[in-house]
Design a protein around this ligand. Structure first.
Ligand SMILES: [Zn+2]
Length: 373
């Protein structure tokens, strides 16, 4: 039997709720009925016609008849239904599409249907290497620190002892954010070229002693090839306290490399230069692929270029000039000392997992990534 708008016996919440549930379900049932454009038009008029359409009727029979105290509640319900019905009709001009889309809207969910099974993903090899390396340091009492990828010139360079126009800035192939010529240089934004700005940001927030590792994404203007990418990952470390020596640096990193690459690797420190550490060193580890022999059977060992050693990271004692920038927070270079190190996670992941092309990490090919599942 076709729906007719009933008169309401009373205006209690329960009566109103029932009335509106009936009304909505009548509308839903009727949307499935029209079989031609003419019937569709009839259906439309039955609900929307100014004169005697169902929406007009509820206005008269329900809203106008409602006692004063129930007016606002009835008015709200009537408006909701009107908006709902009008929206459903406004969706499509073509009656057939409109009818089928309406029918679909009201289709009940069939809980007996099988669900959609999403395959379980795997941790990305670069993030896995990063997490494993961070875990090594966390077991030694280090905390994780993070910072913004878009940095100011001040944090990325100046506070790390790269003064303006210092030649060491050129080696970083920085990607700058456009249109900032009017700003003073130290406020200009760039994509951070290393995770080191987080060292300064952390020292500004926390007084010594601190021990932190900083994993994160960095960018440089390097064209992509088998060993370069404009976007890559670093892990930075910083330890500051009274009486920290180069011996602490060597002991910590030697232990970390053995934990990460295997207890048989040896470490070797060679002098180097970084603006923010003095003295600076590069840490080499004995090649864990050929065992330091430089050969794999009769073939040369490619990862270590037959030298038996692989460059793992850069490190050094924090330059007192860097502490000057955070002196007010307890980092008096006469009282505290510290060491810092930084490594490229992607390179380490290439070595550790035996991958020969860096681009594979960033192409999102499931066949490649599945191997870590
Ligand atoms: Zn080797």
């Amino acid at each position: 039997m076709a729906y007719t708008v009933p008169k309401l016996k009373d205006f209690s919440t329960s009566t109103l709720t029932m009335a509106f549930v009936d009304l909505k379900s009548a509308f839903q049932t009727e949307t499935a009925l029209p079989n031609s454009e003419a019937e569709w038009k009839q259906f439309r008029d039955r609900w929307l016609a100014r004169k005697n359409g169902i929406l007009t009727q509820i206005n008269g029979l329900w809203l106008k008849a409602a006692p004063k105290e129930a007016k606002s509640e009835v008015g709200k319900l009537v408006n909701d239904v009107k908006r709902f019905v009008e929206q459903e009709f406004a969706k499509d001009r073509d009656w057939a599409i409109a009818a089928s889309s309406l029918a679909q809207t009201f289709q009940r969910i069939d809980i007996s249907l099988p669900g959609i099974c999403r395959p379980i993903g795997a941790e990305h090899p670069v993030l896995r290497a990063s997490r494993e390396m961070c875990a090594v340091f966390q077991r030694m009492g280090y905390s994780i620190a993070e910072g913004p990828v878009v940095e100011t010139d001040y944090y990325n360079f100046e506070a790390l002892n790269f003064p303006p126009n210092h030649p060491a800035r050129d080696t970083q192939d920085t990607l700058f954010i456009a249109g900032q010529q009017s700003k003073p240089q130290r406020e200009r934004l760039l994509l951070r070229t290393h995770t080191s700005p987080v060292q300064i940001r952390t020292m500004e927030k926390l007084p010594p002693p601190i021990r932190i590792v900083i994993p994160g994404v960095v960018h440089r203007n390097d064209p992509p090839d088998a060993s370069h990418s404009p976007m890559f990952h670093q892990i930075e470390g910083l330890a500051v306290d009274t009486n920290i020596t180069f011996g602490d640096l060597k002991g910590t990193l030697d232990h970390a490399m053995k934990e990460f690459f295997g207890s048989s690797v040896k470490t070797s420190f060679r002098p180097s230069f970084f603006p923010f550490t003095e003295p600076s060193a590069e840490l080499y580890i004995s090649c864990f692929i050929c065992g330091g022999s430089g050969r794999r059977g009769s073939d040369p060992c490619r990862p270590c270029k037959q030298t038996g050693w692989i460059e793992a990271l850069g490190c050094g004692m924090v330059d007192p000039n860097v502490f000057e920038f955070v002196k007010d927070n307890g980092y008096d270079p006469k009282k505290v000392s510290g060491f810092a190190f930084g490594m490229g996670v992607d390179r380490v992941a290439l070595l550790k997992y035996g991958v020969d092309d860096l681009q594979l990490f960033f192409q999102g090919d499931v066949r490649f990534l599945q191997q870590w599942a």
